[in-house]
Design a protein around this ligand. Sequence first.
Ligand SMILES: *Cc1c(COP(=O)(O)O)cnc(C)c1O
Length: 381
Amino acid sequence: MIKIPFGKPIVSYSEFSAVLKVLKSGKYVHGKKTVEFENSFKKFTNSKYAVSISSCTAGMHLFYLALGLKKGDEVIVPAQTHVATAHAVEIVGAKPIFVDCELKTGNIDINKIEKKISKKTKAIVVVHFLGIPVDMIKINKIANKYNLSVLEDCALAVGSKIKDKHLGLYGDAGVFSFYPVKHITSAEGGMLITNNKKIFNKIKSKKAFGVDKSYNQRDYPGKYDVKDLGLNYRMSEVHAAIGLEQMKKVKNFLQIRKKNFNLMYKKLKNLKEIFILKNNDKSFISSNYCLSIIFKKRNIFKRTKVINFLNKNGLGTSIYYPKPVPLMSYYKKKYKYKVKDFKNASTISEQSIALPVGPHVSIKNLNFISKKVKESLRLLR
Ligand SMILES: *Cc1c(COP(=O)(O)O)cnc(C)c1O
């Protein structure tokens, strides 16, 4: 039985009570909670605009719809990421052009981007891998040179910054996820932030059927026009009520993650079989989603044994991500990609284990996890 899961949402009486209040009120959409959640997230990230959405995937889809991407267009996409980063491109008919990652951080290898840019390229999407910031200054330099839009997949980057600026604000937009085991949760949900008013207005309209007046802006109920194509990617008041309570705890959550990560890093960094994904630039602040250890030599047999040993000892683990996206069957079949095109991404997929550092992990838990990792490696020597 798993006693310390890889991830666990931290919700308590304040979330229960907030949800109950919304349920009792009868106002499930177009209410105050989504607005308050947006305002709170805006304040936290210091962004000009924030739009609540039903998921991070929905936000990325909306961004590409807002750009007007279509068949024949191309987007630079990191090979090592959640499949959603690529699916959002694919679903609007554009083609994801995958770029391998660097081994040190798991982030897109910026040096390999320019070679993949063509006349058809319209945008670059980056993912801040496990919360470790991509060098957005370099990304923006390339984007400016070729006149490309930039989207930041910030699903694991709540609290991640470069210098004092929150991630998501370096590109044209940043999209966050509130899936249960992310930094904060709204059960399901997401948020798009931007400093660009045009993008904000387009996203707002497209997330609600393309109507010209939002529910609360109408002269009288039922008076609106539809000037644009759109979907329903709204966040409900119930979800927003949970998210809003989580915003009161987010700073604390991030502090615990940081402390946990640093402590576990200290305990594991000298093990000769592994290295740990990390950025050492002091101005790059990670949100410490998890601590990912990578076996130095390819040995899938060993990794499986360590995972089984940890799981048997009640310790939850995960893998980020099980395959580079271009090698997932859908993309591999369609575009005929090969492992050798994505060496570093494959290394991370095949040789890594993600360990928990979330706020559900106590110092005592942390010592136990580190001890068991060391023990498992010793047993395999
Ligand atoms: C979780 C995650 C997503 C998907 O988020 P949803 O809110 O579930 O749509 C996208 N990208 C990354 C990097 C993620 O970790």
